[in-house]
Design a protein around this ligand. Structure first.
Ligand code: ZN
Ligand code: ZN
Length: 166
């Protein structure tokens, strides 16, 4: 699978959950939907991969357009995490995967959300984003997506603490 940012071949790694890491390029990390829902904050091996990405300079600038899903080859949707800053996270609405760009980590770390903020964020997505309105018919999938996002945001908060220990 090719990295959606730098087109280098990504390397599959198993940290208890399987992810694809852009080891030879931008250090971005791809999470399959099935793996993302298993993600929990105690995953230390993955924490190391995150730290590596955290310390890597951003491979592209913040004004980049939509990335193509490395699995489905269709444009992914950019999540705008608004807090002090704006952070992009790319989600494929087709397969439910998330791509974490190297530079994005640093920003998420600085703008990590509480559980309440994640809940509010998900509600906003469901109410305002047309693709999510269409998906409303599929409640189960919506719940899975919310759960995946919740775990992802929670994991990012852990990377925040890892970063602080340096
Ligand atoms: Zn890359
Ligand atoms: Zn996809």
């Amino acid at each position: 699978m090719k990295c959606p940012v730098c087109s280098k071949e990504m390397v599959g790694q198993d940290f208890g959950i399987k992810v694809d890491v852009c080891k030879n390029g931008c250090k971005g990390i791809w999470f399959d939907h099935e793996e993302l829902v298993k993600l929990d904050e105690k995953n230390e091996g993955l924490g190391e991969a995150l730290k590596e990405a955290l310390n890597y300079p951003r491979a592209n600038d913040g004004s980049r357009g939509q990335l193509l899903c490395p699995k489905c080859n269709i444009p992914m949707q950019i999540h705008k995490y608004k807090r002090a800053k704006e952070v992009n996270v790319d989600e494929c609405y087709n397969c439910g995967g998330f791509f974490l760009d190297s530079g994005e980590l640093t920003e998420i770390r600085d703008t990590y959300m509480s559980d309440e903020e994640v809940a509010a964020y998900m509600k906003k997505l469901i109410d305002e984003v047309p693709e999510y309105q269409m998906a409303k018919a599929d409640i189960k999938r919506m719940e899975e997506r919310a759960e995946a996002t919740r775990r992802y945001a929670k994991f990012m908060r852990i990377s925040y603490w890892l970063g602080r220990e340096k």
